[in-house]
Write a protein that binds this ligand. Structure first.
Ligand SMILES: CSC[C@H]1O[C@@H](n2cnc3c(O)ncnc32)[C@H](O)[C@@H]1O
Ligand SMILES: [Zn+2]
Length: 438
């Protein structure tokens, strides 16, 4: 007799398992605990030993893997609309840093809850976040049910402040790495070479090696940054990060807009993961990252929104579509970054970029059940010639109805199950008034 296993069966009207495998019509998934064990076309047929304990009938839904936001600053949702239409350095130093100096722990907590709510509503199940007062961000992330890679953003030029920040990062790793049934992961977060002197970057690398965690950093975001390092150090910011020893750790580098061909070789050699943030880079006037070159050279790239004050939303459907269209225009070649590639950037490759294990960002057997259910009756899927095309070029956040993470429903009919949307709205408005008063 076959060993009995309790399973949940989910029946859907269509599904994308990964960029290569999809069902244009009825399909089913068999879920055991938090993981997918198999999927198939049509109606569910039990296999020996399977005891169906729950059956979710969702033939009016299309299942896709949860989207992965590979770079952001979650609590900046409270700063949405602050300093629009300015270049990065003016935006940061004249508008963002002064208002961030007024942020409190409750701003970070409610700003992160607001970000999680917004991300769930647009089909994101995992995200990377670098910010301040991160214990409060971690608490909010854990409560949301999402997966998150979290880092305290480190920016310090004085030795005593640097030492203090390193100790805070050590404590944060000890408190949160692996928490929430493994959904919360921690990395060290040196903000950028222009806010962290090289010896400090090396200290961060040494601490990451000691603690067994990775790194998130901003690199080569603007031409001005690259020119500054070339003239002062004779190296690009990516070259400097390599010299400082950072790239020997698992590293997630945000932006890399002005990466040179030599920089791309450095990224490839060290298997650095890159977060491409096309909307933020355009809005801040930073430029366009050489995505096709990176992909051709085998660099792992994910997509990110960056913070809500430079995007100005956290919608990964928009990033996916922009990544697919922007580079076609730049190269004057409609075959560049096709729909399957754009979809992979927002799912499977994004998961690799933020160091999630094998199979994350897919609905393959063995993958965690991190799934988004879209409205199959939406005009965007009516009629459907090609599901991947519909997802990348037509669909949007409004098509998201339900979100499941690790087999648990975290959004049901567009209502979060673990977050209190009304309270988040109330607190966000109250805190905005506090932040901007007198
Ligand atoms: C020290 S916590 C993180 C820090 O990063 C700032 N930030 C937000 N967006 C960007 C960006 O595109 N480039 C560089 N820094 C950015 C954020 O405001 C925090 O101060
Ligand atoms: Zn950033």
């Amino acid at each position: 007799m076959a060993h009995e296993r309790s399973v949940t069966v989910l029946e859907v009207g269509g599904a994308v398992v990964d960029r290569h495998t999809f069902y244009a019509g009825p399909a089913y998934f068999v879920i055991e605990g938090s993981h997918i064990v198999r999927h198939g076309e049509g109606d569910y047929e039990p296999e020996p030993g399977e005891v169906v304990v729950r059956r979710w009938r969702k033939r009016d839904r299309i299942a896709i893997p949860g989207l992965v936001n590979a770079h952001g600053h979650a609590a900046m949702t409270l700063l949405r609309g602050v300093g629009d239409d300015l270049p990065l350095m003016t935006w940061l130093t004249e508008r963002i840093f002064p208002i961030e100096a007024r942020l409190t722990a409750e701003c970070v907590y409610w700003g992160t809850q607001l970000a999680c709510w917004e991300m769930l509503l647009s089909g994101t199940t995992a995200y990377a976040d670098m910010y301040m007062m991160m214990d409060h961000a971690a608490e909010a992330a854990a409560e949301s049910g999402m997966r998150a890679l979290l880092s305290i953003g480190l920016a310090a030029t004085e030795a005593d402040v640097q030492a203090e920040k390193l100790e805070a990062s050590r404590a944060f790793v000890q408190a949160w790495h692996g928490k929430g049934d493994g959904r919360i992961q921690v990395a060290l977060g040196p903000h950028a070479p222009y806010t962290c002197p090289e010896p400090f970057l090396t200290q961060v690398a040494d601490l990451a090696a000691e603690l067994g965690v990775g790194i998130q950093i901003h690199l080569s975001e603007t031409r001005g940054e690259v020119d500054q390092f070339l003239s002062q150090e004779g190296l690009t910011p990516i070259g400097l990060a390599e010299r400082a020893g950072l790239l020997n750790l698992p590293t997630l580098a945000a932006h890399c807009v002005h990466a040179t061909q030599n920089d791309i070789e450095i990224l490839r050699t060290h298997d650095v993961r890159v977060a491409h943030n096309p909307q933020s880079n355009l809005k801040l006037g930073s430029g366009i990252m050489p995505l096709p070159d990176m992909l051709d050279r085998g660099v792992t790239v994910g997509l990110g929104t960056d913070g809500a004050a430079s995007n100005n939303n956290l919608d990964m459907f928009e990033e996916m579509r922009l990544a697919a269209t922007l580079h076609k225009g730049v190269r004057e070649d409609a075959t560049t970054v096709d729909a399957a590639t754009a979809f992979a950037l927002a799912t499977e490759l994004g998961a690799r970029a933020i160091f999630l294990p094998e199979n994350h960002g897919t609905l393959r057997p063995g993958a965690p059940c991190d799934m988004v259910l879209l409205d199959a009756h939406s005009p965007h899927f009516t009629p459907s010639h090609d599901l991947l095309s519909d997802l990348v070029y037509a669909a949007g956040a409004d098509d998201v109805l339900d979100v499941i993470v690790a087999g648990e429903w975290v959004l049901q009919n567009r209502e979060p199950t673990a977050l209190d949307a009304e309270r988040i709205r109330f607190e966000a408005r109250r805190l905005k008034d506090l932040l901007t008063r007198g």
